[in-house]
Design a protein around this ligand. Sequence first.
Ligand code: TXA
Ligand code: MG
Length: 321
Amino acid sequence: MNTLVFQPTQETIIQAAQLLRQGELVAFPTETVYGLGACIFNHAAIKKIYDVKGRPQDNPLIAHISNLNQINSIAKDLPDSFHILAHALFPGPLTLVVPKTERVPDIVSGGTQTVAIRMPNHEVALALITATGEPLVAPSANLSGKPSPTTATDVLEDMNGKIAALIDGGTSTIGIESTVLDLTSEVPTILRPGAVTKPQIEALLSRTINESSVSVTEEAKAPGMKYRHYAPLAHIQLIESWEDMLPIPDSTDEGQFLLLSNIPRPSQVNIKEQLPLSMASIYQAFRYADRQGIRSIIIFLDQDTKNNAGLMNRIEKAALK
Ligand code: TXA
Ligand code: MG
């Protein structure tokens, strides 16, 4: 299959929407990461998503909407908390898990009675969903286990020849996936941290909420949390001071190391290359390391990084290998 690469225009968005309605897969930009879209009511198309990504079938998909009117066909019994959060934070990097309607295929919900809903804050994504005329399910457009894609180049690296089309919308500004919040549990629970933070949600709901543990366990509620994710090929070492990285790589080795740190390295640290560490750049750094054949990534955890639940979650998962 020849993957068409579209620059976003009114015409190409209509063409992409037609492909989606014909049951094809189309990758598109969002503010978090690129998504791999399919029509939510098309079972065969959704099956292709799992095949192309190599994704376990019990890991459910997020329904992307462009308008709150699209919710009635997929979700029911919406709690007040849904309306409050949607009003304040949609469109944006927040996914809300609510009870699903009968119409949502089991293949979307991973066998649960819930559906995850998000309105992406990206004009190309919104225009594509509107042109298609129904919600789009869209996991991140990477092969399962690889870092999520934040540019069209990343998507092509994983998906070229496997999907009908890709809309190139430049670089995703946020850089990690949305915060996933379960509103069906007694206490709202963050299943995946992201750019929308726990304090932000608590302030809007005027109550405390839970955050499920960041460790990757079999019992985790978000079915996707039990799989290894976000992993570059390189070994990852986390350090909190320069002494932690002893023994210092010797000079014959230094090209094999990449340092991710917001603090300049002292001269005795023999690492050729240092890149900054942030939500917006972490997946780019992982993919860069893979392309360069870097053997080891050293990540310096400064205080701001440690305070950033979304970023720490991706770092810890990548380091799990
Ligand atoms: O930012 C994002 O959310 C991106 C962009 C493309 O929108 N999408 C994304 O999708 O990250 P994906 O499939 O890579 O991750 C979806 C996460 C998984 O951890 C999955 O288990 C969880 O959301 N999830 C989806 N539906 C769920 C449900 N009904 N109940 C609990 N967790 C759910
Ligand atoms: Mg993903």
